[in-house]
Design a protein around this ligand. Structure first.
Ligand code: NDP
Length: 337
């Protein structure tokens, strides 16, 4: 039995628990060398994938009932038993949806002290520089392998991944087409340099793609899957590449959409490549952190946030992302900086 059928429900599938905690008396030791105070945590669609029936295999294990939901967080080190992690410094860690986190010793190797030469705001590290931007960067550059002059189409174009993918593609000389689900989002896409945009709720993707991509599509950055992918298959050029990043239109669909136009894959020699950012980013981390903070600091990469306030707001934030209510990168502020 799937523990969550369709969209998760705030009052049913999430709970907020208060536990007594004495910060002054809290001790770090060999088993738990760090105590973190969580400040901003990322809200991402993949959490839905972890709320699944354990029999379905995926790249991350399913969540246990009652488990604190872990996600990438920027936190302050408040107690440390390790000299490399100074109190008062900021780290990125999969802390999750809680105010304070003890880091177990076997997780220490993934606690990353931030380097901030451009003095970027703290939220940048789970926002404009965070996991979804890394996804846009490696997906576009290393999976899509774009060439100047090509046409790229990006779905969920105003979201955390899409807004970065679009601006990077533009800076590489591509003709960039995007879709989103509201007129406000469409206006934002024009503002950040998309060449052609459409609201898929007002115009069918089957009509919009031939209209807006007169030279056909060379690369599709797929964030939504489903019928959009099917329409793309009819509008791509020979040797098109499909960067299969996600399929958010299907994550809560108990009857997943079945592709009708899949024979196009062979007829047009299309390459469809799926990828998971955490497997690819280690290969490109150096170039990513050399290029992206500079672009952000110089104002060459715009980024929109959708900030939820307080721990209790996070489930609403996750539902928002799954239902398209977020406008920009969803994250939650858990505590003051
Ligand atoms: P977004 O910030 O883009 O938020 C999700 C957006 O998806 C919504 O705002 C909504 O925008 C759109 N959406 C929601 N439901 C539907 C639907 N039924 N049909 C079409 N669009 C829908 O999220 P992210 O940028 O964080 O994630 C985008 C995609 O990238 C997701 O599929 C995610 O799973 C994937 N991803 C993959 C990674 C990887 O390693 N492969 C890593 C990170 C993300 P709108 O109003 O425009 O419809």
């Amino acid at each position: 039995i799937d523990p969550v059928e369709g969209y998760p429900k705030v009052g049913e599938h999430f709970g907020l628990e208060e536990r007594p905690f004495n910060l002054e008396a809290a001790k770090v030791d060999e088993e738990h060398p760090l105590l973190l105070r969580n400040i901003y945590t990322s809200i991402d669609p993949y959490i839905r994938n972890r709320m699944r029936n354990p029999k379905h295999k995926s790249y991350l294990p399913p969540l246990d009932l009652g488990q604190v939901i872990p996600n990438l967080t920027i936190a302050e080190v408040v107690k440390s038993a390790v000299p490399e992690y100074k109190t008062g410094s900021h780290v990125i860690f999969m802390s999750g949806w809680e105010e304070y986190t003890f880091v177990p010793k076997d997780a220490m190797k993934v606690v990353q002290v931030i380097s901030n030469p451009y003095n970027l705001p703290l939220m940048t590290f789970v926002g404009a520089l965070g996991m979804p931007s890394q996804t846009a960067y490696v997906g576009l550059k290393h999976v899509g392998k774009p060439k100047a002059g090509e046409t790229i189409y990006i779905s969920a174009a105003s979201g955390a991944v899409g807004q970065v993918a679009g601006q990077l593609a533009k800076s590489m000389g591509l003709y960039v087409v995007g879709s989103a689900g509201s007129d406000e989002k469409i206006a934002y896409l024009k503002e950040i340099g998309y060449d052609a945009v459409f609201n898929y709720k007002n115009e069918s993707v089957h009509d919009a793609l031939p209209r807006l991509c007169p030279k056909g599509i060379d690369i599709y950055f797929d964030n939504v899957g489903g019928e959009t992918l099917d329409a793309v298959l009819l509008n791509v050029n020979f040797y098109a590449r499909i960067i299969f990043c996600g399929a958010i239109s299907q994550y809560n669909n108990p009857n997943p959409y079945r592709l009708k136009n899949y024979t196009e894959i062979v007829l047009k020699s299309i390459t469809i490549e799926g990828f998971i950012v955490m497997n690819l980013i280690p290969l490109y981390q150096e170039e990513y952190f050399r290029e992206m903070p500079k672009l952000i600091a110089e104002g060459k990469l715009k980024y929109k946030y959708d900030v939820y306030k307080g721990l209790g707001s996070i489930p609403e934030g996750l539902l928002g992302v799954l239902q398209g209510k977020n406008f920009g990168k969803a994250l939650a502020k858990i505590a003051d900086e």
